[in-house]
Design a protein around this ligand. Structure first.
Ligand code: GLA
Ligand code: ZN
Length: 656
């Protein structure tokens, strides 16, 4: 059943009136300005703990009561946050165990944010209590439309409580069997066999940090700690407001938490989008990367609309150099998110803070305090445009193609030592194989290896170095039943615990599915390029390549350099009623594009619409609407379905 949470596109963002309580006229002015900017939602309370509980057990909800009422009477919905992302000084002082211990073993002082232990029972109890109080207070408030849990969960803690929790996690994972752990971590190597669980500590630079399987365990433990911390946060909220949807905001492709796993615990996925528009001559790379992120977050819940919980209305303050985006880029960012399945366009933040760390971060209302700014006008234009797009709100998206970009695999790729240690840009590799579909106007999902493959005509798995227990059988079954599966270099090398598959690569039965055997892997220094072909065209071999032999696969290309010249570089194997392709080398230019276009033509994977566009113009269909977005800094001509031509201005869009 497709769940629909909103019937309009939510337009709003982080609103921190608690920073302005001493100037109530500013808050009144906010209400006027919000209406002018077509704002229909405000996210309140994200870091408000010290204002809500100024002293232990003493709550002050008066200001928030007033804010909720004021927003509601002005027709603005509220997304209410829980404040666990940063805690009051009194709490840290009285219960030092809540503070995070870094890898160096030293406990942090009070300060910044996300500076808490995820395991600490005291912190969990305090968070649970404040969340219960907030939920009780506002459970029947008509403005409350969604819960925003904490803010950008991240990081890890190495305190004693977390060390014990890690050991408990390992006991569970290895069925309480230390021998299993020793085998899985290959602890015979360097005399690392462990004889008691208490000998295990978190991986750190001054201790154990070379066992890749252990580091994977730690990553998984950190993800599970965040999930269990979150479950503790939402317990009272679910109990008190079972019908209000819950989300937490993710950060782009942040590697520290397995978002694909975490997403299963949310009602709705949301993420914070800060594309690097304006930071290079062309915005096209940033547009592709952002589209990829949108599609990744949308795919986490089978095409369910997601929220773009934050974006900047102008610049950020945390790049080395913070360039102002050009006019229209804010609107284009908003439209792109909706085109890819977002039900919201939200900003960080509504009003620029006067002091502290983010006082120069872009906001809808600048320090000048009025609506007469370029940024404000653009936000208002965006808001007016979004009001016309209610028809797509709640509309799910589906795709014919999937790229596997798996969080767990990304960590395994990051941890191993060998081959080309400098080239581990896993996400960039996934984006490289996603990009041709973006260019062709073919919508693609970005999925994990645990997701269902069967609904796609084509699945591409770049650098899928690690397989989980059932991945091999899923690939086999998918191809046997008629699917097209593409795997690239260093594919199917290790199992879920980073143990190499024995008996030749790719793993086990996949040799038969792909009709190949991979004998060796070569790595090339930056200044050295090999040569290989695909469909008769010659390409550079960049950074890494597999030396493969056909065991029945059709050879689509061969190496032209080094001692492996003449051996296959790209293969195609018929298996069951489908086909398995292996692309043995990395190329940083045209190969992925040429390969995907060839596949699309051969397998009748056609664009979602028959609008014809030049490079840098993206076409995206959502429901009955077709979005055409020009990411070029020049005007471009496009050809519409009826054959007529029209010009789309630089950084502008059309909705057809
Ligand atoms: C993140 C945070 C916000 C703010 C912005 C600044 O996304 O969630 O609180 O710090 O970054 O870009
Ligand atoms: Zn801890």
């Amino acid at each position: 059943m497709e769940k629909k949470f909103f019937n309009h596109i939510v337009h709003g963002g982080d609103y921190n009136p608690d920073q302005w309580l001493k100037t109530p006229e500013i808050i009144d002015e906010d209400m006027r300005l919000m209406k002018l900017a077509h704002i229909n939602s405000a996210t309140v309370g994200i870091f408000s703990w010290s204002m809500l509980e100024p002293r232990e057990g003493v709550y002050n909800f008066q200001w928030l009561d007033e804010m909720m009422d004021k927003l509601h009477s002005n027709g603005i919905d509220v997304i209410l946050a829980t404040p666990s992302g940063a805690r009051p000084a009194w709490l840290s002082q009285k219960y030092p165990e809540v503070l995070r211990v870094e890898e160096n073993g030293i406990r942090n002082d009070f300060g910044v944010r996300h500076n808490h232990c995820l395991t600490s029972p005291v912190y969990r109890k305090k968070v649970n209590a404040i969340n219960r109080a907030i939920a009780e207070r506002y459970k029947n408030h008509p403005a409350l439309k969604m819960w925003h849990i904490s803010n950008e969960y991240c990081g890890e803690c190495h305190c004693e409580l977390c060390q014990s929790a890690f050991r408990e996690w390992l006991k569970k994972y290895y069925d309480n069997d230390l021998e299993k752990l020793n085998d899985s971590w290959w602890n015979g190597f360097w005399s690392h066999r462990i004889t008691d669980w208490s000998q295990i500590n978190s991986p750190k630079y001054r201790g154990e940090n070379h066992i890749s399987a252990m580091k994977l365990c730690w990553d998984r433990f950190v993800t599970d700690s965040h999930i269990s911390f979150y479950e503790n946060e939402i317990a009272p909220i679910r109990e008190i407001t079972p019908d209000i949807p819950i989300t937490t905001n993710f950060m782009r492709m942040y590697n520290g938490i397995d978002y694909q796993k975490f997403a299963k615990h949310l009602d709705l996925v949301s993420w914070d989008n800060y594309p690097c528009f304006g930071e290079s001559e062309s915005n096209i790379d940033a547009a592709v990367e952002t589209a990829f992120c949108h599609d990744t977050f949308r795919s986490m819940k089978n095409g369910q609309p997601f929220f773009m919980m934050e974006s900047t209305p102008s610049l950020v303050n945390w790049h080395d150099v913070n360039k102002l985006p050009k006019p229209k880029m804010q609107t284009l960012t908003a439209i792109q998110s909706v085109a890819h399945g977002a039900d919201s366009v939200q900003y960080f933040q509504w009003r620029k803070s006067r002091g502290s760390h983010e006082k120069f971060h872009g906001a809808v209302v600048d320090h000048c305090g009025n609506e007469n700014t370029r940024v404000f006008r653009e936000v208002a234009t965006t808001g007016a445009a979004l009001e016309k797009l209610s028809n797509v709100a709640g509309v799910y998206c589906d795709s014919k193609v999937a790229i596997i970009c798996d969080w767990d695999n990304s960590r395994a790729v990051h941890h191993f030592c060998g081959y080309n240690n400098k080239r581990r840009d896993y996400y960039a590799e996934c984006i490289k194989w996603y990009r041709p579909f973006w260019e062709m106007g073919v919508s693609a999902d970005v999925i994990s290896m645990d997701d269902d493959f069967s609904k796609y005509g084509l699945v591409i798995a770049p650098f899928l170095y690690m397989l989980k227990d059932n991945t091999e059988s899923k690939i086999e079954e998918y191809v046997r039943n008629g699917g097209n599966f593409v795997m690239t270099y260093l594919g199917a090398v290790v199992d879920k615990d980073d143990l190499c598959y024995l008996g030749g690569l790719p793993a086990n039965g996949l040799k038969k599915v792909f009709g190949i055997w991979c004998e060796e892997t070569d790595s090339l220094p930056e200044n050295m390029k090999g040569k290989a072909t695909f469909n008769g065209k010659e390409y550079d071999v960049n950074h890494v390549c597999d030396i493969i032999h056909s065991k029945g696969a059709k050879i689509l290309g061969e190496y032209r350099s080094d001692f492996y010249a003449g051996l296959p570089s790209v293969t195609e194997n018929e298996y069951g009623s489908g086909k398995a392709y292996y692309v043995g080398f990395r190329n940083d230019e045209d190969l992925a594009g040429d390969f995907c276009r060839w596949m699309a033509e051969k397998e009748n994977i056609s664009a979602d619409s028959d609008i014809s566009v030049p490079c840098g113009v993206s076409v995206r269909k959502r429901g009955d609407s077709i979005f055409v977005m020009n990411f070029n800094n020049e005007d471009k001509e496009i050809i519409l379905q009826d054959g007529s031509k029209t010009v789309i201005a630089a950084n502008d869009y059309l909705v057809l």
